[in-house]
Design a protein around this ligand. Sequence first.
Ligand code: C5P
Ligand code: C5P
Length: 445
Amino acid sequence: MNFNVEIQKLKDLARQAADVIVEHDFVRVISHNDADGLTSAAIICRALMRKGIRFHTTIVPRLDDDVVDTVIRSAAEKDLVMFCDMGSGQSDIISRIKQEIVVLDHHIPVGESPARVIANPHLVGIDGAMHISASGVTYLVAKALDEENTDLAGLAIAGAVGDKQLMDTVNGTILKEAEEAGVISVRKGLKIGDGDIADVLEYTPEPYLDITGNREKIDEFLDILEIKGKISELSVDDMKKLTSAIAIKLVKNASPEAIDASIGDVYLLNRELVNNVYDLVAILNTCGKMEKAGMAISICMKSREHLEEAQRMAVDHQRSIVGNIRQALGKLQKGDNIGYIITRDMESTGMVASTMVRYIDPHMPFVAVNQVEDLVKVSARGTRALVEKGLDLAYALREASREVGGEGGGHNIASGASIPPGTEEEFISRVDGIVGSQLGKSSED
Ligand code: C5P
Ligand code: C5P
């Protein structure tokens, strides 16, 4: 599909957002705590600094009434309020804000928005779940503010990688521009962070292999291949040997997106403190989860102060995700149309659900239900093939959670919800039914 007309329309929206921004002296930025939200915030902060516009940034896990209260308390009448990676689906909540609002987002718009401009791919016929993330949208706004902001493209691509997006169409145009400007270089190989190959294979959750987390098996695997040392220093031949051996492991169960996510183009961010995009994404997601968003933003603003601590935290966090996945593998349940787990106190249910559907059983979407204190949080993930067959997890989770007194949403391929404790089984059965009808199956099939 040729997206040129749509990309131009999105750039027009970005230009409108930039025009509103320059009318203001101060921007109150609110963004999301994952890699996409953090890179979005950093892109806009770096662009505002360049323009001499002052700002105050707050990173939140979700946009709710409390966040709106904080904005109302902390923004002056003439400030511009900007939501990044959120805001399109919460028109009713943000309507309480009296200041001018700009939304830079890639979630499906819901309701009548009070925002003066919404720069969102869905409004111009581009699927924001796959083709451009919030960081990409924010990058287009930064470019509309100043052509020199091409140097921020590394952050835009890191956000898209964090959101597991496709690197073609809109993301592809950003990538091409960045490569031409020398902001990003591409090398072929294994799409993982840098470091000693045995260590990295042990703690990296993606690609999830039958040796992940098992040092003995990893050593055996690498011994047979006669490969050792730092990944970025492997010879071209060793890298080829390694990727082929991993590809063979993946063909057994994995989905096409697992193979895409594991082998191919590795992006090196020449203008960022962290060169390897997978390392940067892991650091940002970790900082976001650990409520250290300030550390994440400062790294994206090129301050070295917290870098080493963040790198250590990211390795530990990835180890714990691998632990979560292994734990989940022992608790798998199957409905008619979905795979699921019902569990407690897991840290990374999003990664667990994504690993299950990508690497363990791609034939069914996976739903992870996780109780932490009094809140039951749900993460659901699908594949592109299932979405092509009609799967819409955002709809399924929104409806099923509403029916049990919760709320949810997101994208067709990846969505989340919160539900009241005690409703887990009922919720799962409703999701199972909705997914069944989306995929054209009856529960007896
Ligand atoms: O809030 P947000 O839109 O950024 O979250 C999207 C989530 O969906 C991310 O956690 C991303 O990793 C996940 N995703 C996925 N598979 C895809 C696309 C997105 O797991 N194909
Ligand atoms: O939390 P998780 O990463 O699984 O969220 C996946 C997607 O669902 C994200 O885009 C997130 O913004 C969305 N979501 C939502 N409502 C919730 C929880 C998550 O719209 N209650």
